[in-house]
Ligand binder design. Structure first.
Ligand SMILES: Nc1ncnc2c1ncn2[C@@H]1O[C@H](COP(=O)(O)OP(=O)(O)OP(=O)(O)O)[C@@H](O)[C@H]1O
Ligand SMILES: [Mg+2]
Length: 483
């Protein structure tokens, strides 16, 4: 067995029931026992299903203790004590109150150990020089309210890049969490050491005629090198395994986008460097970014942050958002009411953020009834089979900008339309690299457009009949201006 030959001292199977003695149904059943039998000195596995907060607490303590040169068994004992002394997992709704869920699950991890209980990490000898290099990145710090869910997408990105994928594109509606996921992937993959460096280029903040130059300049800054052009960047990226994140590519006009995609293709083939792209556009229509028949480029289509049957990521995020000021003026909604609301917006993250704000002053029933005349944000819908868009959501008019979401349109339509105008203007005068108008923000005007026969018409100022729909969605950010 390769692991044994390579003297792997500890294998951790953190999946649920990985210590089970398999009857054939559990994929990991009896793996722990077989690994021990094959000569792995220590195997840590789970005897039962395990909650995410338990995993977090268990491994936080275990790794801390291992880093302090404790023996594996001792470190696990300390982690079990920690679990026993901190049984609170997360908050659940009990009647009108939210109460902590307490669970004594300290016994879930099981250690199979065939030899002596020895420290995993030895102390460095006197005078030994330990070289620690922090990853070089320009990634912003994680969000204050935390990052939730997207485990399977993060797994796909990590496995993809560890295997054959050179380029991965995240695509989906506006506000679906593409940027948030790309940043989290960047933070995670530099922490785990898959990349030595990560470069984040946000094209929503610069209206660049020369998108390649913008990326090269960011790469040069992060790697600390002076890079005159894309070719020099390619050489630098060959030397340092870097995750290059090209974000919000729907902001670019066709020609700069084409040039950037061509350059990024070269970068992604340089040494250990890989490229992660985000866009609302479902398909770039570029031969190097085909979405079928290749593993070298992969597309990940983002759905909502959960669903009715798996709402916990969204609920946990909502609980964190609720803790941010201002303090709520109304009692916090029940779990069922929240799931109902989230389901109506199909667990769309930007909508959940807006709802979290609204639910500090309004009750879920008010939001639902106030939305009766405004079907877009809170109307349940079935996804369109072909596009996976909910069928009542609008088809975005412009090919270059791709998808946008109903909630964003409803709350933020005018701001999006300003951004669209700016894009068109910039493609007429490509020499200018001007600052793009602010991205749609939840404070934007709400009278973004109108609904007829499931089609979204162009955003327009509140006037005549659209005033009624504006009033009916006043729980979303209020109209500014003429209405
Ligand atoms: N998994 C998540 N955990 C916590 N917050 C999230 C998550 N996904 C998205 N968000 C938050 O939801 C909001 C919208 O997400 P984001 O900006 O990433 O969407 P987007 O798909 O990049 O939108 P756009 O197409 O407009 O660029 C942001 O405030 C982001 O921080
Ligand atoms: Mg984005």
């Amino acid at each position: 067995m390769t692991l044994h030959r390579r003297h792997v001292p500890l294998v951790i199977l953190s999946a649920c029931q990985s210590a089970a003695q398999g009857q054939g149904e559990e994929p990991l059943g009896s793996v722990a026992a077989r690994l021990t039998a094959a000569g792995i000195p220590a195997v840590l596995a789970m005897t039962h299903s395990v909650l995410v907060p338990t995993t977090r607490a268990l491994f936080g303590k275990l790794y801390e203790q291992l880093a302090r040169h404790r023996a594996i068994g001792e470190a696990l004992d300390a982690a079990r004590f920690h679990l026993h002394n901190h049984p609170e997992k997360y908050e659940v709704q009990r009647g009108p109150e939210r109460v902590p869920l307490r669970l004594y699950d300290w016994f879930v991890p099981a250690l199979y150990q065939s030899g002596a209980d020895v420290p995993l990490l030895r102390k460095a000898g006197k005078g030994a020089h330990i070289e620690t290099t922090a990853p070089r990145t320009n990634l912003p710090a994680g969000p204050e309210s935390g990052f939730f869910g997207r485990r399977s997408e993060l797994w796909d990105i990590e496995r993809g890049f560890a295997a054959k994928a050179r380029r991965i594109t995240l695509t989906g509606f506006g506000g679906q969490g593409k940027t948030a996921l790309a940043l989290e992937a960047g933070r995670w993959l530099t922490r785990t050491g898959l990349f030595e460096s990560a470069v984040f280029v946000d094209y929503s903040r610069v209206q660049a005629a020369d998108a390649v130059a913008v990326a090269v300049s960011h790469i040069g800054t992060v790697l600390g090198e002076s890079l005159p052009d894309a070719g020099a960047a390619e050489q630098a990226l060959k030397r340092t395994a870097t995750l290059v994140i090209l974000d919000n590519l729907e902001s670019l006009a066709a020609e700069p986008l084409r040039e950037l995609l061509a350059a990024a293709n070269g970068w992604s083939e340089s040494g250990g460097t890989r490229v992660l792209l985000t866009t609302r556009t479902p398909d770039f229509g570029h031969p190097d970014y085909r979405i079928e028949g290749t593993n070298v480029h992969r597309r990940i289509l983002l759905a909502g942050l959960g669903r009715r049957k798996a709402p916990d990521d969204a609920l946990e995020w909502f609980a964190e958002l609720a803790k941010l000021p201002p303090a709520p003026e109304v009692p916090s909604p029940s779990r069922e009411a929240l799931i109902e609301l989230f389901d109506r917006v199909r667990f769309h993250p930007l909508s959940i953020r807006v709802l979290a704000q609204q639910l500090k002053t309004r009750r879920p029933a008010e939001l639902a009834s106030a939305s009766a005349g405004c079907s877009p944000p809170l109307r349940p819908a079935r996804p369109d089979r072909r596009t996976r868009r909910p069928s009542c959501w609008p088809r975005y008019a412009s090919r270059s900008t791709g998808w946008t979401s109903t909630p964003e349109r409803c709350c933020l339509g005018s701001a999006s339309s300003r951004a669209g105008r700016s894009r068109r203007t910039s493609s007429r005068s490509p020499a200018s690299a001007t600052s793009k108008p602010a991205r749609p923000a939840p404070s934007g005007p709400c009278c973004g457009g109108n609904w007829s026969r499931r089609r979204w018409s162009r955003p327009s100022p509140c006037r005549g009949s659209s005033r009624r729909s504006c009033a009916s969605i006043r729980h979303w950010p209020p109209c500014s201006g003429s209405s």
